[in-house]
Design a protein around this ligand. Structure first.
Ligand code: C2E
Ligand code: CA
Ligand code: CA
Ligand code: CA
Length: 280
């Protein structure tokens, strides 16, 4: 959407109306989608680079719309944030992914992913009862707290209200906290001094050109040093090639995620991991 100002008045361009109308339509359809079960959770593997096996998965919501087909979360999560439905949708995602984690533990035993990573947005975190909700979902699903990771962005944590307190309470349950999109404008070093972060998710933008000499490898190296120095785990995001995986491994990264290892899917192949995810 683009807008320009003219003599102090905000002038809306046609594109903006289209976006606003589109967002309003999506928002209106979301209620029905929740009631009719049009949302799905897909899971993307996070792998150990030294061992070449899946150690955890990230839950990523999908909207399987009867008419529009697949709607990207990049589109509808912000709409759900604005109309507040993210609270209900987010609770459903949390319940669904914790139940799935327990089902995999039952089915695969030691081969099941050790941790389930769930994205939590600003509005959810700001809900006064959110830490209680996490505790009660863990209890009802039977997933140990150590088996859950809550992924937050800096924007969400500094969203105001009691969000910082909420992160502390969730961490106190034994749930791990991951800082998403680390290194981008959504996340900086300040947060590391404010909330108990366990995992840094190094943004795809630093991984993209890592095999070319230059800035990207420098930043990726600096970020793993920060992570190691603070005793945190780093996950390199958006790894698409064997060369990137090998280079990240060489730089000292032990965890990675990306299309090279597996796209988000309803059920990653935990059995075939040793062949499928071995880097480089
Ligand atoms: P994110 O949390 O940073 O998730 C990573 C995104 O990168 C996902 O997009 C994933 O499919 C994509 N990705 C993973 N590996 C690769 C790769 O190798 N190459 C490329 N090009 N992309 C890769 P997705 O699923 O479309 O989600 C987009 C964003 O929507 C997420 O970014 C997150 O901010 C939000 N989102 C997704 N699911 C949820 C959810 O359940 N709850 C909340 N609150 N937000 C969610
Ligand atoms: Ca994430
Ligand atoms: Ca991310
Ligand atoms: Ca992102």
């Amino acid at each position: 959407a683009k807008a320009s100002t003219e003599r102090g008045h905000l002038r809306y361009l046609p594109q903006m109306d289209q976006d606003a109308g589109e967002q309003a339509r999506l928002g209106a359809e979301m209620r029905t989608a929740l009631d009719e079960g049009q949302f799905r959770v897909f899971y993307q593997p996070i792998v150990s680079l030294p061992e070449g096996r899946i150690v955890s998965v990230e839950a990523l919501v999908r909207w399987d719309h009867p008419v529009r087909g697949f709607v990207s979360p990049a589109e509808f999560i912000s709409v759900a944030e604005q109309n507040g439905l993210i609270v209900e949708l987010g609770e459903w995602i949390l319940r669904e992914s914790c139940a799935q984690a327990v089902a995999w533990r039952d089915a695969y035993g030691e081969k099941a992913p050790q941790r389930m990573s769930v994205n939590v947005s600003a509005r959810q975190l700001a809900e006064p009862r959110f830490p209680e909700l996490v505790a009660s979902v863990l209890a009802s699903s039977g997933l140990p707290a150590a088996g859950l990771v809550v992924e937050v962005t800096e924007t969400a944590v500094f969203g105001g209200g009691r969000t910082v307190q909420a992160v502390n309470e969730i961490h106190a349950l034994g749930v791990r906290i991951a800082l998403d999109d680390f290194g981008t404008g959504h996340s900086s070093l300040t947060l590391l001094q404010t909330v108990p972060v366990d995992i840094l998710k190094v943004d795809k933008s630093f991984v993209d050109n890592i095999t070319m000499a230059g800035r990207h490898a420098v930043i990726a190296t600096a970020l793993i040093m920060v992570s190691d120095g603070l005793g945190l785990m780093a996950v390199a995001e958006g790894v698409e090639t064997a060369e990137q995986a090998a280079e990240l491994h060489r730089l000292g990264y032990r965890l990675a995620q990306g299309y090279y290892f597996g796209k988000p899917s309803p059920e990653p192949e935990f059995d075939a991991v040793n062949e499928a995810v071995r880097p480089g």
